[in-house]
Design a protein around this ligand. Structure first.
Ligand SMILES: [Zn+2]
Length: 220
């Protein structure tokens, strides 16, 4: 996922979904769409004046990126999001393609299960956007080719450091860092996330089911 490229191209809002009572439901609606395995797809999650949430129809991007400025206005000089008329953008959804070969090339020390777990997680570029827009984008969602859907957000009080700081060199260390400075929750575990939904906490054990408990409640 990226935000960049042609500043002259005005964003175009795709058709939106039916209304949902929470952003997680809008993300689940996006997750169930058919996607080609060789492209990233992106969508906005928008709040209406009545408090309900809608998702824009998923839009295909490139093989290794989705440029959200195709959908969402952005003021470069102030680094602020320009919300679509009639809505407030509260979150983004995007999907990762099955680019295992590239991950193996970039991280030759990973085991096969770590390659898959890595693809279910926000990339360094995704995290940079989560840091930059932390006060506005409180629910970021990511679908993987293994059936998983996760949500993540960075607490605005932790955005003064570099997004790469403390992320470590494995997907497990990245997860532990994100849950320390923000939130990470599993809506659909797919084949990688140990079979259970809920919030991931600092005592998370890799490749094991999440511990059931109050943390399973969807965060707002
Ligand atoms: Zn991404």
């Amino acid at each position: 996922m990226t935000t960049a490229s042609d500043p002259a191209a005005a964003p175009v809002l795709p058709p939106v979904s039916q209304p949902f009572v929470c952003p997680d439901d809008a993300a689940c609606w996006l997750h169930q769409h058919e996607r080609r395995a060789d492209k990233e797809y992106g969508a906005l999650i928008l709040q209406r004046p009545d408090g309900k949430f809608v998702a824009t129809s998923p839009t295909a991007g490139e093989a290794d990126a989705f440029d959200f400025e195709r959908l969402l206005g952005f003021d470069r000089s102030t680094q602020t999001i320009i919300h679509p008329p009639g809505y407030r953008c509260v979150g983004l959804h995007h999907s990762h393609p099955e680019h295992e070969r590239e991950i193996v090339r970039m991280y030759p020390h990973y085991r096969a299960d770590q390659v898959k777990l890595h693809i279910t997680l926000p990339s360094t570029v995704d995290l940079a956007l989560a840091f930059r827009q932390a006060p506005v984008l409180r629910q970021l969602y990511l679908s993987s080719p293994y059936g998983s859907l996760i949500g993540y957000a960075i607490d605005p009080k932790h955005t003064s450091r570099s997004p790469a700081y403390g992320m470590g060199s494995t997907p497990e260390s990245r997860i532990r860092r994100i849950v320390t400075i923000g939130r990470l929750w599993v809506l659909h575990p797919g084949t990688v996330w140990g079979g259970r939904r809920g919030r991931v906490t600092a005592d998370w054990v890799p490749f094991q089911p999440l511990t059931p408990g109050p943390a399973d409640l969807a965060p707002s």
